[in-house]
Design a protein around this ligand. Structure first.
Ligand code: C6P
Length: 408
């Protein structure tokens, strides 16, 4: 088991003061900090190996290509994909979902088809489906959320998951509620009606073991920057048979076997979906990112982060007047809350005075917020370097803020 108190030492950005107070970074749902090994991997690449990939025959280009393709294999192993060709590098979760919507959706959806989503989806797992629904005539349908407890209303699933549903897209871990959805069960049910599944793993990938074969999903999307990795890179996992049958979604260099003045032929996956010079330097650092998280132990990370989420929920519950969102039972490492008479942005600003980084707003969950009668919440989200003592600092700060606004 890792020594959680020394894990902090791996993250240089944590060792600073903000407004004269030690930084308490609780905005990991937005982005995590990076361990020194990942920062070093990026510097190392630029200092030694920098060169375009798949294009050169000289030593640096071959080293860069080896690093890029090595990272693809490492990511495949990280999520137990059947082959590296099932990993497409993208800018992150948002681009991965847009790729599936544009390519798979554009080729397979038609009027009368249904795209099933849930009410807890992030805008990145809503808007791409709205766009492709408009283009193809497909309809959107939503699996409801139960209310403040933030669970999927699974009793409604059989009624909603009809044979017209061609695709079911849902998050593994809600960025606002902290709910962990039963992905394997949802995928099995979707498969039974012939629907393709898309799992948004933005909030889960760095926080728990993710095994795409055990989950039984068709596509899975994630961003490196929420798992201790660098920004600007992420991946789409897709089942090989599906990817091979999908058309490209962007055209350019690197994705063709032959180009004529009037038509072209495509390479198979993953090149088919990676037009132009890819983000090879950031991609190369994914090996160090995956190694770091596996070194800590993904099961250990899951236990650690869930325990902090639970502890925060229990401690915040004692603050008079607080409205807590998300499950009372098992939850991911985040907690979202609101006070009836204090705006979330005021809380974030006041907490910042205490050196605490929180996030306030709708968290790109506007439809969910409207359903719950909220304009926004304040969110504390945890990662491997956070401690129970930091939750005490948060609680003390929130009590002070409540007092300032005359509410307690
Ligand atoms: N949520 C948050 O503070 P990108 O921006 O592509 O890396 O990730 C988008 C995304 C998709 N799905 C979920 C569940 C997410 O939480 C996010 C990003 C951040 O909650 C920024 S809004």
């Amino acid at each position: 088991m890792p020594s959680w108190s020394t894990v902090r030492n791996d993250f240089p950005a944590l060792h600073q003061k903000v407004n004269g107070k030690p930084l308490v970074y609780l905005d990991n749902g937005a982005t995590t900090h990076k361990p020194q090994v990942v920062i070093d991997a990026l510097s190392h690449f630029y200092e030694r190996d920098n060169s375009n990939v798949h294009r050169g025959l000289h030593a640096l280009s071959m080293r860069a290509t080896t690093a890029y393709e090595g990272a693809r294999s490492r990511v495949a192993r990280f999520i137990n994909a059947a082959a590296p060709e099932e990993i497409i590098f993208t800018r992150g979760t948002t681009e991965s979902i847009n790729l599936v919507a544009a390519s798979w959706g554009g080729a397979n959806l038609k009027a009368g088809d249904v795209i099933l989503l849930t009410e807890m989806e992030h805008h990145s797992n809503l808007v791409p489906w709205q766009l492709i629904a408009k283009r193809t005539g497909a309809k959107l349908r939503y699996l409801p959320v139960t209310g403040d407890e933030g669970l999927l209303d699974l009793a409604q699933l059989d009624r909603l998951l009809t044979p017209e549903v061609k695709l079911f897209a849902f998050t593994q871990l809600s960025n606002t509620l902290g709910t962990i959805n039963p992905v394997a069960e949802l995928c099995a049910k979707a498969r039974a009606v012939g629907a393709v599944t898309v799992v948004d793993a933005a909030q889960s990938i760095g926080h728990m073991p993710v095994d795409v074969q055990a989950l039984g999903c068709d596509f899975l999307a994630f961003s490196a920057h929420k798992m201790g990795g660098v920004t600007g890179i992420g991946a789409l996992y897709g089942r090989r048979a599906l990817l091979d049958a999908m058309p490209p979604w962007q055209g350019g260099g690197g994705m063709i076997t032959n180009v004529d003045f009037f038509e072209s032929r495509w390479k198979p996956s993953p090149e088919r979906f990676e037009a132009g010079t890819p983000n090879f330097a950031d991609a190369a650092t994914l090996t160090a990112t995956c190694d770091y998280l596996d070194g800590l132990g993904r099961g250990e990370i899951e236990r650690h982060d869930k325990a902090l989420g639970q502890l925060a929920y229990e401690k915040l519950r004692e603050i008079p007047g607080i409205r807590l969102l998300g499950p009372k039972g098992e939850r991911g490492g985040l907690v979202s809350f609101a006070f009836p008479d204090v705006h979330a942005h005021d809380i974030v600003t006041f907490a910042d005075d205490d050196g605490i980084a929180l996030r306030g707003g709708h968290h790109c969950n506007q439809p969910l917020m409207r359903k719950l009668g909220l304009t926004g919440t304040t969110r504390a989200s945890f990662y491997v370097y956070n401690t129970p003592e930091e939750i005490d600092v948060l609680v003390a700060s929130l009590r002070r803020i409540r007092k300032f606004f005359g509410s307690a």
